[in-house]
Design a protein around this ligand. Structure first.
Ligand code: PGA
Length: 262
């Protein structure tokens, strides 16, 4: 499928890291360094407790804010949960849904991912829907089948309008936090497959518009070759996003690949 490539979209998932001061410091450094990568879209995804501090630190910049999860109900007796409207209130424009750590450690299923994706869209948040196979599935040649099932349920029931510009993150579970990255060829195979799945289910326009991120041990040294692949639109970065230099280094290398294409 031919389409015009966009400048990189890079989101930093801070996971359960950083106190208020550290979070605000890191955000300020990223806002400062942002001038060196002006075309890129940047999103910071701190833990809930730091959302307000990060929102303050990035205010007035075009750096985006996201949360790591949400619950599908809007309010009520759901101790410990946070809703889409609450995240909007906190300044979020994005929310991760179905990160593999939520799936593996906290019982998230393809069905709950679907409910959360719909709730995010209803609240006016852009969901970043995470999919990815575990090592046994890859070794058994069932990676694409697993991705299809995650997409079918994770995006299930959405209309074409809902899906106007979805963000999907492909994160092979065996590459997260392990230092083992998918090769550009391995990642591109899955990204192209995801785009085709969107085209088949929601039409070519939705597929061309979809932002498909790669995640799993992304660092400055591997972002250039990954971004050169046709269907890799950016990155969801964990560990390396906790350092402003590493995060901006990843964005800069992707941008170098983007500029060469023009
Ligand atoms: P990692 O994490 O970059 O530390 O591998 C990626 C993620 O979990 O989003």
């Amino acid at each position: 499928m031919t389409r015009r490539r966009r400048a990189p979209f890079v989101a930093g998932n801070w996971k359960m890291n950083l106190g208020l001061r550290e979070a605000a410091d890191l955000s300020r450094k990223i806002v400062e360094a942002r001038a060196s990568v002006p075309e890129a879209t940047l999103v910071l995804i701190p833990p809930y407790t730091a959302l307000a501090a990060v929102a303050g630190a990035i205010a007035g910049s075009d750096v985006g804010l996201g949360a790591q999860d949400l619950y599908w109900e809007k309010q009520g007796a759901f101790t410990g949960e946070v809703s889409g409207p609450m995240l909007r209130d906190a300044g979020c424009g994005y929310v991760l849904v179905g990160h593999s750590e939520r799936r593996q450690l906290f019982g998230e299923t393809d069905e709950t991912v679907g409910r959360k994706t719909r709730a995010a869209l209803e609240s006016g948040l852009t969901p970043i829907v995470c999919v990815g196979e575990v090592l046994e599935e890859r070794d058994a040649g069932r990676a694409l089948e697993r991705i299809d099932a995650q997409l079918a349920k994770g995006l299930g029931g959405l209309s074409k309008g809902d899906l106007s510009c979805i963000v999907i993150a492909y994160e092979p579970v065996w590459a997260i936090g392990t230092g083992r990255t998918a090769t550009p060829v391995q990642a591109e195979e899955v990204h192209a497959h995801i785009r085709q799945w969107i085209a088949d289910s929601y039409g070519n326009e939705a597929a061309a518009c979809a932002i498909i991120l790669y995640g799993g041990s992304v660092k400055p040294a591997n972002s250039y070759p990954l971004f050169r692949e046709n269907d890799i639109d950016g990155f969801l970065v964990g560990g390396a996003s906790l350092d402003a230099g590493g995060f901006i280094g990843i964005v800069g290398e992707a941008l170098r690949a983007h500029r060469e294409e023009k």
